[in-house]
Design a protein around this ligand. Structure first.
Ligand code: NAP
Length: 289
């Protein structure tokens, strides 16, 4: 049976790990806090006491953790996965990390005869649990071909942007644009409230009109209703993505004032309540100054 190690069982990773079980893989799991693994263990996953133990004997190791720091810890930290991976096996990074981090990991793991590909994803936790993520891949074509059997359970669309690191470049641009849209939506909704408009009508008009991107559709009604139940993407993660993206912009196109403003807005949202839903930006924007 093909062996996969899955590391990071948060909102996204938990569902993704379950997909490998459903697809019949032999799955070892590790998460910093074990409680999130319990139901996966009941479904047949093997608990590993460290990323290294999970990776021992695996054909591929898949990570879905918060950020660069977490990624470095699970690949290269004490008892990190790289310590026990088989030469030639695949290291698939699904976490959203910085571009420089993806390049650094690729280099460091290549030095240990491992193949690292960046495969950040788009899609909410429901898509993760049902194998319907879009996978944004940076890898040599041959490496991607080898990785495909391990990508099939988790995604239904693969977008291959080029060499390692390019999936992350696109993901960061995508999520930076998302930050701009949500921060701008919050300001628009707050202005409409101040003007005394019928907010149900505003929500309907926003989510069906010319600015109705999926982000605007998703967040407009929630912002108007102040209903943020079931946070799926936190202010801290949105801030992290925007910060990595603006850092990337410094090497490509330093003059990005709109993006920097969205980053500053998410700095405030993160300082206010890092684990709240990203849409709670409306609370910050509406607060009397
Ligand atoms: P989450 O629920 O906050 O989970 C974060 C995961 O990272 C948890 O498993 C956490 O372990 C682990 N972690 C954090 N710091 C760590 C450290 N220092 N060492 C080891 N593990 C650490 O986040 P998520 O929403 O699943 O997001 C995971 C990744 O997917 C992020 O890179 C995010 O940007 C990306 N993403 C999220 C979404 C979304 O809609 N949520 C969509 C696309 C991409 P504990 O459980 O022990 O805290």
């Amino acid at each position: 049976m093909t062996k996969v190690a899955f590391i990071g069982l948060g909102r996204m990773g938990h569902g993704m790990a379950g997909r490998y079980l459903d697809a019949g893989f032999d799955v070892a799991v590790w998460n910093r806090s074990k409680a999130k693994a319990e139901d996966l263990i009941a479904r047949g996953a093997r608990w590993a006491s460290s990323p290294a133990e999970a990776a021992d004997g695996a054909d591929a190791v898949v990570t879905m953790v918060a950020d660069d720091e977490a990624s470095r810890a699970v690949w290269l930290g004490e008892n990190g996965a790289a310590a026990k991976m088989k030469a030639g096996s695949l290291a698939i990074e699904c976490s959203t990390v910085s571009h420089q981090h993806a390049l650094d990991m690729a280099r460091e793991l290549r030095g240990r005869s491992l193949t690292y590909i960046d495969c950040p994803v788009t899609g909410l936790p429901q898509a993760a649990a049902s194998g319907k993520l879009t996978l944004l891949v940076g890898a040599d074509a041959a490496d991607l071909d080898r990785a495909k059997p391990y990508l099939a359970p988790i995604g239904d669309v693969i977008r291959h942007f080029g060499a390692v690191g390019t999936g992350t470049v696109f993901k960061l641009i995508n999520n930076l644009m998302g930050a701009v849209q949500i921060a701008s939506l919050a300001e628009g909704v707050a202005m409409a409230e101040q003007a005394g408009l019928d907010m149900n009508l505003v929500a309907e008009a926003l989510s069906t009109g010319a600015v109705a991107s999926p982000q605007v559709i998703r967040h407009s009604k929630r912002m108007v209703a102040r209903d943020f139940s079931g946070a799926s993407f936190t202010a801290a993660l949105r801030h992290k993505d925007a910060a990595y993206a603006v850092k990337l912009a410094e090497t490509l196109l330093p003059g990005v004032p709109v993006s920097r403003a969205a980053l500053a807005a998410y700095e405030k949202a993160k300082a206010n309540a890092p684990d709240d839903d990203e849409g709670q930006m409306i609370e910050i924007v509406s607060r009397p100054k």
